[in-house]
Write a protein that binds this ligand. Structure first.
Ligand code: 2AM
Length: 189
């Protein structure tokens, strides 16, 4: 199965994203929008994984996430990949507000745990974002104005989710396999 670890979006940020998404759905052509329930922030893409390594790694995800504290995030700006040339992906960036480097730290610890469990190293820099839409095959899609978001909302990230990605007509769909709460081990102490 194809797996990835993602931060669950705080409700308040999801709400802001859905307003933006609805606006883009109405005004932009050539894009396939992710269904609202599939919006997420990937922390570590694990790729095609056999069931033994998946099950062996889950206690490590549990531990790493339990040892991290919940953190506050805000949306930054809309962007596209690639930044030049024909765009394939529309996204909205995410940044942590408090206590500071929590989002990057969490991704780094998951990266260490993934390598320790034999997953191939992720070489690309971590760029926290929520993908809202992918270009339709063969389309020259319309582009939105990429301004800073008017939303000033902040919300707490409290959960990391292990997702399975399944190929489906009209694009991949995601299924949550397991949810790991942030800060579980600090609560027990
Ligand atoms: P994206 O949103 O920028 O496309 C499931 O595919 C999730 O894993 C997506 O959020 C996707 O990022 C992310 N991802 C990271 N690396 C990937 C890769 N090499 N192949 C597919 N998806 C990847």
């Amino acid at each position: 199965v194809r797996l990835f670890l993602a931060a669950r979006l705080p409700e308040s940020l999801l709400k802001d994203l859905l307003v933006l998404r609805a606006d883009w759905v109405d005004t932009l052509g050539g894009w396939r929008f992710l269904p609202p329930e599939d919006l997420h922030v990937t922390l570590r893409f694990l790729g095609e994984t056999a069931s033994a390594p998946d099950l062996l790694a889950r206690p490590a995800w549990t531990r790493v996430v339990a040892e991290a504290r919940p953190f506050r995030c805000a949306l930054t700006r809309a962007g596209r990949f690639p930044e030049r040339g024909s765009a394939r992906v529309l996204w909205v960036g995410l940044e942590e507000r408090e206590p500071g480097a929590a989002l990057g730290d969490l991704a780094r610890r998951l990266e260490q745990a993934a390598r320790a469990h034999g997953f191939a190293p992720e070489e690309r820099p971590f760029h926290p974002h929520v993908t809202l839409a992918r270009a339709r095959r063969g389309a020259r899609p319309d582009l939105p104005p990429l301004e800073p978001l008017s939303s000033r909302g902040e919300g707490w990230v409290r959960e990391v989710v292990l997702f399975e990605s399944r190929v489906a007509p009209g694009g991949a769909r995601y299924t949550a396999l397991e949810t790991f709460p942030l800060g579980a081990s600090t609560l027990d102490a």
